[in-house]
Design a protein around this ligand. Structure first.
Ligand code: C2E
Ligand code: CA
Ligand code: CA
Length: 596
């Protein structure tokens, strides 16, 4: 606690402080000298045009001394108390000497006043100390509040992990840029690291967090000092570029950010699904997508700009990894259409808008019926007939595929259970499954329940799954497939050859049959080189011991080619388009007669 802190009214200006200090000493000592002199002879003095008795003058000087003593404590605290005490003592000594020398008590009133001044000073000083202590406490309290306010502000406006501005901060920055007179144009880029949540789940949050921190620190070295980078979601970043930049430089600039992401990949260590990585199965590839919006062309509010950047990002994600997309209005319309579709699809079953068709499969050499593939259709009042290639991915994204998939399985089994009893054949019923259905924890119990409820013979059922099942671990896939096989159900690998799954991976899985994708069948009638692909697929399948269904056979030439190469089964418009259940009956009828 310093001296000025203990004074009731500290004098801020050091010059004034010094001047007053010296002035008061001088005045005090002057009074101390004059009082005994005036006291020695009681006369009347002329003060300006008034007459005054010397005793009254002594009284005034005495009170002036008291005032000075009190002022010292008020303005100078501890220093003032010491000074006034010293001055008071000098005054007392002089008064005592005067009393003793003159043998009269004229100065006694002054002595009493000085003693009272001592006491008053002590009271004032103790009070000022108390006040100073309270002040110090208040000061500490305010500092605390300030610190808390700062940390609250940090929490509200900055990301706890990377210290970058958070979504709220970015929104406010965009808003202020939109209002600013100084900035006529800026760009917002939203960068998203693909599947980061999954990486986090598998590599662990600690590794995921340190990956993000180091990524942000390496970004800071390429970031232009005028630009603002923020983290607006888990693995979603916003980059504001409040300066002129041409498109070519912009794409190069964003690409630099993207490359940093790939370079930081080793930080994640070896992840379970990278262990079996090879040239044909590259395992984890970390990638990013970006959406760009320009102000004021695309929007003039923070809300619009962020929304459209998200739209451009969503489109870039649909177009594949590592794509960067500039926003345009048609993107927004497409997304709006998709949102409408999502909401219409969620009520499709309740509104009886879904129905099933069945496409026959035949033995390639004898044209005997092998079975039917179940294909779902959706007809909506406003949207018309929406192809499954459009609505199945939407159902997968929204999770509706679980409800839809169960409805498809149950409806198909119900309809065919009845028909198989009426028309005994060896025909199979095939049902497509989405990978999300199979990997769902309740899948096997759902399958058992549907089999039980429909009383459908599992040995007459085939489930078609695609290579996308390999996003899960091999052990998990094998265990699910074995459970399915234990029920007597057959398993077909659909769309074979369209993904990157390694053959070594596929060869140990318990499939019964492979479905060669239509895109390969289409190549047969093109040049000889492309047709060799079909030969290769058939040869591989034979070697691994799988039967093959060729999908999408449309022409006699394609059929001949496949028959010549011993392809086992044919499915395609040439021998049968997807048909309603009523049209299935004559076919079953025909083949049940052949059996009997
Ligand atoms: P997919 O499983 O490969 O089904 C075969 C698709 O090829 C069907 O299209 C079928 O109508 C079509 N197709 C068959 N033969 C020919 C042909 O000779 N020429 C031509 N141009 N096309 C032929 P669709 O029904 O439009 O289904 C498309 C995709 O939608 C299916 O491919 C499947 O991935 C998905 N899908 C359809 N129904 C279901 C379903 O019930 N569940 C699930 N999870 N997916 C389904
Ligand atoms: Ca299929
Ligand atoms: Ca297929």
């Amino acid at each position: 606690m310093n001296i000025s802190e203990t004074s009731l009214i500290p004098l801020a200006n050091p010059r004034v402080r010094k001047f007053c200090f010296v002035l008061m000493i001088t005045v005090y000592l002057g009074c101390t000298y004059l009082i005994p002199v005036l006291n020695s002879s009681v006369t009347t003095k002329q003060l300006l045009f008034l007459e005054i008795r010397t005793t009254s003058l002594c009284g005034i000087l005495n009170e002036l001394e008291i005032l000075i003593m009190i002022c010292y404590v008020i303005f100078y605290g501890k220093l003032g108390l010491i000074t006034s005490s010293v001055l008071g003592c000098i005054n007392l000594i002089i008064s005592m000497v005067h009393i003793l020398r003159m043998k009269e008590l004229n100065s006694i009133a002054g002595i009493i006043m000085t003693l009272i001044a001592f006491m008053v000073n002590i009271v004032i000083y103790s009070y000022s100390i108390k006040l100073a202590k309270q002040n110090a406490k208040l000061q500490e309290y305010y500092e605390n509040i300030n610190e808390k306010q700062e940390s609250l502000h940090k929490l509200a406006y900055f990301d706890y992990l990377t210290d970058l501005p958070n979504r709220r901060n970015i929104v406010e920055t965009i808003s202020s840029l939109c209002r600013s007179q100084k900035v006529s144009t800026f760009k917002l880029i939203v960068i998203d690291i693909k599947d980061f949540k999954r990486i986090n789940d598998v590599a662990g949050h600690q590794k995921g967090d340190s990956f993000l921190k180091q990524l942000v620190s390496s970004w800071s070295s390429i970031q232009d000092k005028n630009d603002i980078l923020g983290r607006i979601d888990g693995a979603e970043f916003a980059l504001i570029i409040p300066r002129e930049i041409n498109n070519e430089d912009l794409y190069d600039y964003i690409n630099e950010f993207r490359l940093c992401i790939t370079n930081k990949m080793p930080l994640l260590g070896s992840l379970p699904w990278t262990e079996n990585a090879s040239s044909s199965n590259p395992g984890l590839i970390i990638s990013a997508n970006a959406g760009i919006v320009s102000y004021p062309e695309h929007g003039d509010s923070a809300e619009e700009i962020l929304q459209f950047a998200d739209t451009a990002l969503a489109v870039s994600k649909e177009e594949g990894p590592n794509t960067i997309r500039y926003f345009n209005q048609s993107m927004y319309d497409t997304l709006l259409n998709r949102t409408m579709m999502e909401s219409a699809l969620s009520c499709a079953i309740d509104n009886n808008e879904c129905f099933l068709v069945f496409q026959p499969q035949y033995e390639a050499d004898t044209k005997r019926l092998r079975g039917f593939e179940t294909l779902v259709r959706w007809k909506n009042k406003e949207l018309g007939q929406v192809p499954p290639s459009v609505f199945i991915p939407i159902a997968e994204d929204t999770g509706f595929i679980l409800t839809l998939g169960e409805w498809i399985l149950k409806s198909a089994l119900e309809q065919f259970q009845h028909l198989f009893q009426l028309y005994p054949t060896n025909a199979l019923l095939s049902v497509n499954l989405s990978v999300l259905q199979i990997l769902h924890p309740n899948f096997l119990s759902m399958l058992n329940r549907v089999l039980f409820e429909t009383r459908f013979d599992p040995t007459r059922l085939e489930l078609e799954i695609t290579e996308s099942i390999f996003i899960s671990s091999k052990e998990e896939v094998v265990s699910i497939l074995n459970e399915i096989k234990n029920l007597g159900i057959q398993i077909a690998l659909d769309d074979f050859g369209t993904s990157y799954s390694s053959l070594s991976y596929i060869k140990d899985l318990p499939f019964d049959i492979i479905k060669m994708d239509k895109s390969f069948v289409d190549t047969i009638t093109e040049d000889r080189k492309k047709a060799q692909l079909v030969d290769t697929i058939l040869a591989i399948a034979k070697q691994l011991g799988y039967k093959v269904v060729a999908e999408g056979v449309e022409t006699p030439d394609q059929l001949n080619y496949l028959q010549e190469r011993d392809c086992d089964y044919i499915q395609g418009y040439l021998w049968g388009k997807p048909m309603n259940i009523e049209d299935v009956i004559p076919l079953l009828c025909q083949f049940s007669e052949q059996i009997s």
